[in-house]
Structures are given as structure tokens and as C-alpha cells.
Design a binder for this molecule. Structure first.
Ligand code: ZN
Length: 459
């Protein structure tokens, strides 16, 4: 394996930005300093550019089966899109059917994920609770190193779970010293409103938004905070979208509860007004939770700034506009989800760092370090001696416009179409190998690894 010397970069470390060099040996960060020298290395000139840790996106859904077909990206196209945007590690999901054997579900997902060019982990979604469930979950942890789990409080007709099941799962995850990611939306509120609107003939995408009010999220976050108090389970609340949600997390942290939270770029860039557009535009924003008000959006930015929200992840789950999103007039049947794994760092850099809402270090923490720490992705997420050399040469001078025509994601549209952005991942190094540079992949080099077995120390 070739050694690398990245020279004259603005190196973004945990708390600082230092002008210096990084020596990469055997795929690891070997030395950080000024005027480093080493024989027989490949030299990369990073003058005028930032060097940041490879991004970690802990919330993506590649190749997700739904009644409208699979989400657009499989593990190859999705991971390539991730790499092109500076994300070198992602975490996807194993979501078994209600009665499916858990081990078989993991095996199936592992075989689907083989083509990935980025490194990855898998969260597991328990969907039932019976006398055998604790053993099933402990076995996954032993065999695959799975320590992060995900449950849905919405979607009870499918994968969502009842409170009794939730409490047992939280108790079990706490025993494993794992972490439980939770989709917080109250299913009963949503189903009540959906049925009411459909009865009244109100079926346009606007009613998708109106059937999932802020209260559905607030009720569920409030519940999960209480349940965390009772069970001691570490909890990660996915895609927080409301001001009160942020406030509940802030208070829970003040109370010393082990609660972490994420939001997503779409909640930071758009608000509910988009649902008042014509079908073809509005339907692109059918995902859950839905976009909220300007006040909610400001609270999300404030939550990122003051550390209440720990992570910006994408919930990447795009469906084509033609043939998937546009075939159902009834909003309850439109597949939920949107894409963004490719644009996460760029959007947060443009709309967070360059607007002075976030420092460059906060940007790196939210997109790289925090998700790696929360989900125990060992040796990733930081520029630190001995860590994997997952590095991104970030060109801050790049200016461009997001367009579906140019994207690596396999989707016929993007909700970010026409948005002007600054900054770009110019070169991406994965475990010491240059896997992507100037919008080209080195297919011989990029080979993703499942990180699940590594770094396991199950109690
Ligand atoms: Zn999701």
C-alpha cells in the first residue's frame, strides 16, 4: 500500500484548524505536523484547502424495499454518491419482517451490501418481543458486533412497535450497553388525521404534511425521554424537525439523560410552504417527519449551534419522481423519502459554515466525529494519530449548483435542484487510498468494509 504525504493543508482537528501536513502510513494517520518529510511517498498538495475527516452518515436507506419498489440507490450507487460528497462511512439498516428470523435478515442485508465502496455498519430493527427476543438480540451483538438498534413509533401497521415492546427493547439494549435510534412520531395521531382527510377527499401531498403535525413528534419524543429515564437506555432520536423536539432534547441533556439527536439537511433548508406547490413539486417533499415552520427551522440551527443536536445525517431514501412518487394521487400511498447523502457536507458547509451559524470544527463534529463516537465507529471521524486515514481534501473555493443531471445518486430528481453551493470534496482518501478525485472514482481501489465485527466488546 502506497504511503501518502498531504502537504500544506488547513487540517481540521477536533478543536482547531492548523496549517500543516499529514503523513499516512499503512492506511493510518501516522503523523501530523509542519514540514513533514518522508521517503517514497505520494505527495498531495493541499495548499489553500481544508483537510477534514471522512464523513460518517449514520442514517441512510439504500436498496429499501417498499410497495412502490426499492429506494433508488443500491449499495453501489449510494456508497459512490456518499464518497463523492466526502462521506466515507455510512450506517444503513436491517429491517426484518415481523416474523422473519433475525439472523437470516442480517445475512440477507450483508449480501446486498457487498458492492459498497464505502465502509459501513448496520443498525438492526427489532420488530417484536417474546420470550426468545432477548437472546435473539444478544446473539446479533455477539455474531455481528451489532450494538445499535432502531425502532419506529410510527408505521405500526408495518414495522412500528407498541409501548410495551418498546420498553422491553430499551431494557435489552441498555443491558448490551448499546444505543437505540428512534423514529419519533405518534402513529395514532397520524392515522387518525390520515383517515379523516381521506374520508373528506383531501388526498394531495399537502395533506401528507397536515396529517403529521408537530404534535405527533413532540408526543413521541416526550415519551421516549420518559422511557429512557425508566430503562436507562441510551437513545438517539433521528430526524428531529420541531422546536419543541429540540427543547425536549435540551432539557433531557440538562437532566443528565443519555439522549442524542440528529436532524437532516432538508429540515434546515426548506419549510412547510413547499407543500402548497403543485403536485409535481410538492410530491418531492413527501417524507417523514414533514417540513415544519420557519420558527422550527431556526430552532434546529440553534440546536446544532449549542450542541443540543449532535448529528446531521441525511435519512437518504430517494424514490424517482416518475414511476414511484407520481403514480399515486392519494398521499397515504406515496413512498416516503428523499435523497441527500451526496450533498450533506456541501449543504452544511454552504448554509452553516459560510453563514457563520457553525464553525468549521462544529461542521466536522456534526458530520464526522459525533456520529462516529455515538455509534462506536472505532478509528473513524477524527484526524488523529492512529485513526484510519479517511480524509477529504475540501476545496473551499469551488462554486456550483446542485443538479440531478450531475449527481451520482441514481434518482431522476433532487429536492436541492438549482441551489447554489460552495465548497466541494475534491479528493477522498479511504484507509490511505485515494478512491475519488476530481469527480472520478478509482474503482480498483474503492472497496467498502463491514465494520460490525471490529471493535466489539459486548458486556
Ligand atoms: Zn430513516
Amino acid at each position: 500500500m502506497e504511503n501518502l504525504l498531504i502537504k500544506h493543508g488547513l487540517v481540521v482537528t477536533e478543536d482547531d484548524v492548523i496549517l500543516g501536513d499529514i503523513l499516512v502510513k499503512q492506511g493510518k494517520i501516522h503523523q501530523i505536523g509542519q514540514s513533514l518529510d518522508f521517503e517514497s511517498v505520494k505527495i498531495i498538495d493541499a495548499s489553500g484547502k481544508y483537510v477534514i475527516p471522512g464523513g460518517v452518515d449514520p442514517h441512510v436507506h439504500f436498496h429499501l424495499p417498499t410497495p412502490s419498489g426499492f429506494s433508488c440507490d443500491d449499495f453501489l450507487s449510494g456508497s459512490r454518491a456518499a464518497i463523492s460528497g466526502g462521506t466515507t462511512t455510512f450506517i444503513d439498516f436491517v429491517t426484518p419482517h415481523r416474523t422473519q428470523n433475525y439472523d437470516e435478515a442480517v445475512q440477507q442485508r450483508l449480501s446486498e451490501s457487498v458492492p459498497s465502496v464505502a465502509d459501513y455498519l448496520l443498525h438492526f430493527s427489532p420488530v417484536r418481543w417474546d420470550s426468545n427476543s432477548e437472546k435473539e438480540i444478544f446473539d446479533l451483538s455477539k455474531k455481528y458486533g451489532i450494538r445499535s438498534f432502531k425502532v419506529y413509533l410510527a408505521y405500526k401497521n408495518n414495522i412500528g412497535i407498541e409501548d410495551g415492546v418498546l420498553l422491553n427493547i430499551m431494557d435489552c439494549v441498555a443491558k448490551l450497553d448499546g444505543i437505540l435510534a428512534v423514529h419519533c412520531e405518534n402513529d395514532e395521531i397520524i392515522r387518525f388525521l390520515q383517515q379523516k382527510f381521506v374520508r373528506e377527499g383531501k388526498i394531495s401531498p399537502l395533506y401528507h404534511a397536515l396529517s403529521r403535525p408537530a404534535e405527533a413528534e413532540i408526543e413521541a419524543i416526550s415519551k421516549i425521554v420518559n422511557f429512557a429515564k425508566i430503562t436507562g437506555c441510551r437513545v438517539y432520536i433521528v430526524h428531529v424537525s420541531t422546536r419543541q423536539g429540540v427543547e425536549l432534547v435540551r432539557q433531557a441533556k440538562k437532566d443528565g439523560l443519555p439522549i442524542f439527536a440528529e436532524t437532516c439537511p432538508h429540515y434546515l433548508l426548506f419549510t412547510e410552504s413547499v407543500y402548497h406547490q403543485l403536485f409535481e413539486q410538492a410530491v418531492q417533499f413527501v417524507f417523514s417527519p414533514v417540513l415544519k415552520s420557519v420558527t422550527d427551522q431556526e430552532a434546529l440551527w440553534e440546536g446544532l449551534r449549542d450542541g443540543t443536536l449532535d448529528v446531521v445525517a441525511t435519512d437518504h431514501c430517494p424514490f424517482n419522481l416518475r414511476g414511484q412518487k407520481d403514480i399515486y394521487p392519494d398521499f397515504t400511498k406515496i413512498p416516503n423519502g428523499t435523497g441527500g447523502v451526496e450533498f450533506r457536507l456541501q449543504l452544511l458547509y454552504t448554509f452553516g459554515v459560510l453563514t457563520n451559524r457553525l464553525s468549521i470544527n462544529q461542521w466536522a463534529k456534526l458530520c464526522c466525529q459525533n456520529p462516529a463516537e455515538i455509534f462506536c465507529v472505532n478509528g473513524k471521524g477524527k484526524i488523529k494519530l492512529g485513526y484510519d486515514a479517511d480524509l477529504v481534501i475540501w476545496n473551499p473555493n469551488f462554486e456550483g449548483m446542485i443538479s440531478a443531471k450531475e449527481q451520482f445518486q441514481c434518482c431522476d430528481h433532487t429536492i436541492y435542484e438549482g441551489i447554489s453551493v460552495k465548497g466541494q470534496a475534491e479528493m477522498v482518501v479511504q484507509r490511505g487510498e485515494i478512491v475519488y478525485a476530481n469527480r472520478k472514482f478509482d474503482d480498483k481501489r474503492g472497496k467498502g468494509r463491514f465494520l460490525g465485527i471490529m471493535g466489539t466488546d459486548v458486556k
